[in-house]
Design a protein around this ligand. Sequence first.
Ligand code: NAP
Length: 459
Amino acid sequence: MQQAEIGLIGLGVMGSNLALNIAEKGNRIAVFNRTPARTDEFLGEAGDLAGQIIGCHTIEEFVAAIRPPRPIIIMIKAGEAVDQQMAALLPHLAKNDIMIDAGNANFRDTVARFEKLAGTDVTFIGMGVSGGEEGARHGPSIMVGGTEESWKRVEPVLTSIAAKFNDEPCVAWLGTDGAGHFVKTIHNGIEYADMQMIAEIYGILRDGLKMSAAEIGDIFGQWNKGRLNSYLIEITEKVLKATDPETGKAMVDVIVDSAGQKGTGKWSAIEAQNLAVAASGIEAAVAGRVLSSLREERIAAEKLFGLPGLPEAPKDKAAFIADLENALLAAKIAAYAQGFAVMSSASEEFNWSLPMPTIANIWRAGCIIRSQFLDEITAAFTKDPDVANLVVTPAFAAMVKETDGALRRVVAHPVLSGLPVPALASALSYFDTYRRSGNGHPLEGEPARRFRLSRLRLA
Ligand code: NAP
């Protein structure tokens, strides 16, 4: 039987969709799942693509089905399960075979796995995959970390399955060991901030302007035709217009307002702190989710404190809604600037040479934060790859100058009304702090001394 070009372990939501995508692009693939019944079920669901897929029930069968050197994608539950799976696989592999962890790993675990495999003949790739189920099936954004040699082995198949933006594949080799998983983590941190800011704008429209979910959905639909055009704004419209079939009410009004989290947002905030980079938008988003999960406490606190009386709604509603659009854009700039600043600092700290224009490039399609805006970030970083902060690039500086007044007016209204806007307010504070020189006029002839906080030992 003709051997497979690649193997995949883990036929859960992401793994099964990724395997179908790989097969659909003409690559022969061998698959294995811990529970063998799932492999049979998967083959049954694969339809015409089943001919491209070799279903295996044992690790031995699976390894023998792949052409050496074997690239093997492990797409299972992150954490200990990955270490267990790697340990079970290792004795069956040969020189130059490549284990690829494609789950949402903490990049520190990825670095440790590289170190663990260093004395063996087997190599490792830490690969961030974004786009959820749909992305995995039809084209995700893929962030690769590992040796350049192992990247070359998997490049053709990954290029064939990645999302395309203007025919350019949204996959890239970003550096050694944990680079791919680090960039995926920051992607998710930015995604947290993006979603938190959208939720805050929704809250202002619902509680401040007393608009219905469907009316707010229309506003997001309008915004999706403009500069905020993005997947998250597009699905916000859809979510707000969805109705609950049981009650006939807007779906968003019957969902319990208590968010969970899996960890990547929190890791982004932790790594930003470790690197001494201000990422207040991402931190606010993580804290927002934590507070949202304390539903019982929030209900009790509302009974204790009550809610502040709402001041009058803005007189010119249309002008205020236009301000909301610009405020969201300004706040988004702050969140992305922070995310890229974290990656820039990590690149230096971990010797990765992370290519900022390439990262923006491969986030333009396939991933959850895909947007028109990322095309503008790509252009800004391509012109000036070593710029200190996205906000000072000419294109983004012009956008900030145009929109920060709207952000200020928008933040002022909910602050006076007692509506929570932690991420929007943090974005405003970020700009206001970043652009203020303070005592930044050193004595003549004496250069200001700079310290990196991470280099200082604080008691
Ligand atoms: P899932 O649907 O819950 O599937 C989990 C898979 O892991 C199953 O194939 C399961 O096998 C396998 N597994 C669990 N524990 C195992 C162990 N100890 N040893 C071997 N196999 C084990 O998960 P998923 O949503 O596909 O997520 C997979 C990875 O992708 C995770 O790291 C996740 O964070 C990441 N990810 C998910 C998304 C998303 O939108 N879902 C997006 C990007 C990244 P059994 O069938 O035997 O239980």
